[in-house]
Design a protein around this ligand. Structure first.
Ligand code: EPZ
Length: 433
C-alpha cells in the first residue's frame, strides 16, 4: 500500500484544472445499459471507482473501452441482470445499477451495498421508489431482487430522514425513462451530478421535465439511443483544491469549473473572510489571502444547494487553523467525522457535541503520522499536512485514489512538497501495527 509524505508550510500558488465529476460518471456509466447502442462519455477522470464500475458493466455483458484522454465508449448490446456480490460489495455506488437493469431487463439482482465508515448507507428510499413503479422487491441472502414485469409510471415521494437521496433519485429516474406512462418524483435530489445524468438521458431520447428542481416529470419512451456526453466538472475536487489554497494561505486558481455549482462553499468561504473571486465566463475561481485575516464560522451540511457534505471534512481542517470557535454540523451523515481524531493528533483543538464538531482554531498544526479512513477524510488530512509544521505521513491513501485523480501531482504543481511512497519507506516508528 502507498503512503503520502507531506512537508508542510508552503503557501500554494498557481493554477490547476479540475477533472470530470466522479459522482456524475458512476450513474452515467450505469445509464449506458439503458440502450443497445454505443454511448461515448468524455471527461471521465482516471479513478479506481470508475475502473471498478467499468468492470461491473463488463461483468453484465457490456463492451467497455477506455479510449484514452478521459473518453470511454460503452456498448451494451446484451445485458445480464445480476450484479454479483463479490464486485458490488466493494463499491456502494454500484447500487445505481438497479435502475437501469429494471428499465432495460425488467428485472435485477444486485447485492445489497455494504455500509461504510461514514454511515449505514440504507437503500430503503430506492426500494420504495421502485415499488411505486410497480416493482416487486425482495431481499434474499444479501441480494435485492427486483421483478419489474409490471413496471409503470406513477407519482412518488423520495424524501427521507436526511432529505432527498442522490443515487436513489438516479435509480428511479433511470427506471422511469422506459416505464410506460408518466412518473412524477417529488423531493428528487437536484445535485449538479443528478442534472448531468438527466442531460445524458435526454440526449439518449428520454423525456424528462423539471431537471435541476426537486420535482421531476418523466414520460416513459419505448427505447433510448446512443449519444456522446461530456461530464460536468467535479465541484468537490474543485472545492478541495480551493481549500488547499486557503489552508496554506496561498493564491490558487482552479480552472474548468462552474462557480454556479459551488455557491454554498463560496458563500461560506467569504463569510470566513477567505478571499475568493469567481469568473463564470472563464470557468475559474481564485482563492487568496493570509490565514490571519480569517474568522470562525458555523457550517451545516445540507442537500444541494446547501453546503455539500463531501466538503465538510476539508472545510473543518481549514477552520482548525482559523482563530475563534467554529461549529460544523453534519446533517447528511451524522457520524462523518473520522478525520477528527486524526486532526487531533496534529494538534487541532476539536470536541464533538452530537452531530456537531466544535473547532477552536489554533495558530498552527504539527505534522504527524495519520490514518485515512474514507475518501473525503483523507483529503482533509492531506490539506492539514500541507499547512502543518513538519512532516505528515498519511496512510491508507487508497481511499484518496477512489475520488481524486493524481491529487499529489496537482498539489505539487502548486508548490506543495508532497510525494507518494511505498509504505516500506515510512519511518518504522510510524508503521501500522
Ligand atoms: C451520494 O451518495 C454521493 N455518492 C456521496 O458522495 C454524497 O456524500 C451523497 O450523495 C450526499 O450528497 C455518489 O454520488 C456516488 P444519498 P448517496 O442517498 O447517493 C440517507 C463521496 O465522498 N438515505 O443522497 O449514497 C443516507 O443514509 C460520496 O464522493 C436513506 O436514509 O447518498 C444519507 O444519510 C460519499 N435511505 C442521506 O440519505 C436511502 O434509501 C443522503 O444519502 C438513501 C439514502
Amino acid at each position: 500500500m502507498d503512503v503520502m509524505r507531506i512537508e508542510g508550510g508552503n503557501a500554494l500558488r498557481g493554477r490547476v484544472r479540475t477533472g470530470g465529476a466522479k459522482n456524475a460518471v458512476l450513474p452515467i456509466f450505469a445509464a449506458t445499459l439503458l440502450t443497445d447502442e454505443p454511448v461515448v462519455i468524455q471527461r471521465v477522470p482516471d479513478l479506481s471507482d470508475i475502473r471498478f464500475m467499468a468492470d461491473l458493466l463488463r461483468e453484465l455483458g457490456a463492451e467497455v473501452t477506455d479510449q484514452g484522454g478521459g473518453t470511454w465508449r460503452i456498448h451494451a448490446r446484451e445485458v445480464g441482470h445480476v450484479a454479483p456480490y463479490e464486485l458490488v460489495r466493494k463499491m456502494r455506488a454500484s447500487v445505481c445499477l438497479l435502475g437501469p437493469l429494471v428499465g432495460r431487463c425488467r428485472q435485477a439482482k444486485v447485492s445489497l451495498p455494504g455500509g461504510c465508515v461514514i454511515g449505514p448507507r440504507p437503500i430503503d428510499l430506492h426500494l420504495k421508489g421502485l415499488e411505486r413503479l410497480g416493482c416487486r422487491n425482495s431481499i434474499r441472502r444479501g441480494y435485492v431482487e427486483v421483478n419489474a414485469s409490471g413496471l409503470a409510471g406513477n407519482h412518488l415521494y423520495l424524501g427521507g430522514r436526511h432529505g432527498p437521496t442522490v443515487t436513489g433519485t438516479a435509480n428511479i429516474v433511470m427506471a422511469a425513462v422506459l416505464a410506460p406512462g408518466v412518473t412524477r418524483i417529488e423531493s428528487a435530489a437536484c445535485e449538479p451530478e443528478v442534472v448531468d445524468l438527466c442531460r445524458l438521458l435526454q440526449a439518449m431520447g428520454a423525456d424528462i421535465e423539471g431537471v435541476g428542481s426537486h420535482y421531476l416529470k418523466i414520460t416513459g419512451v419505448d427505447r433510448l439511443h446512443g449519444c456522446e456526453h461530456t461530464v460536468l466538472p467535479d465541484r468537490i475536487e474543485a472545492g478541495t483544491l480551493l481549500l488547499a489554497g486557503a489552508i496554506t494561505g496561498g493564491e490558487v486558481t482552479v480552472e474548468g469549473v462552474v462557480p454556479g455549482h459551488m455557491r454554498a462553499l463560496l458563500d461560506k468561504m467569504e463569510e470566513a473572510r477567505i478571499a475568493v473571486e469567481a469568473d463564470p465566463d472563464a470557468g475559474t475561481i481564485t482563492v487568496h489571502g493570509s490565514r490571519e485575516e480569517r474568522r470562525a464560522v458555523e457550517v451545516i451540511t445540507l442537500p444541494h444547494p446547501g453546503f455539500p457534505t463531501d466538503l465538510q471534512a476539508q472545510m473543518l481542517a481549514t477552520l482548525a487553523l482559523t482563530s475563534g470557535i467554529s461549529i460544523i454540523t453534519e446533517r447528511i451523515y451524522p457520524n462523518r467525522f473520522m478525520h477528527v481524531p486524526e486532526l487531533l493528533r496534529m494538534g487541532a483543538d476539536i470536541s464533538m457535541e452530537g452531530p456537531s464538531a466544535v473547532v477552536n482554531g489554533r495558530p498552527a498544526l504539527y505534522g504527524a503520522p495519520v490514518m485515512a479512513s474514507d475518501l473525503r477524510a483523507s483529503a482533509a488530512l492531506v490539506l492539514a499536512g500541507l499547512a502543518a509544521e513538519g512532516e505528515t505521513w498519511v496512510q491508507r491513501i487508497y481511499h484518496l485514489d477512489r475520488g481524486y485523480e493524481r491529487l499529489e501531482s496537482k498539489l505539487a504543481t502548486l508548490g506543495a512538497k508532497i510525494e507518494r511512497l511505498p509504505d516500506s519507506e515510512m519511518p518504522s516508528e510510524f508503521k501500522e501495527e
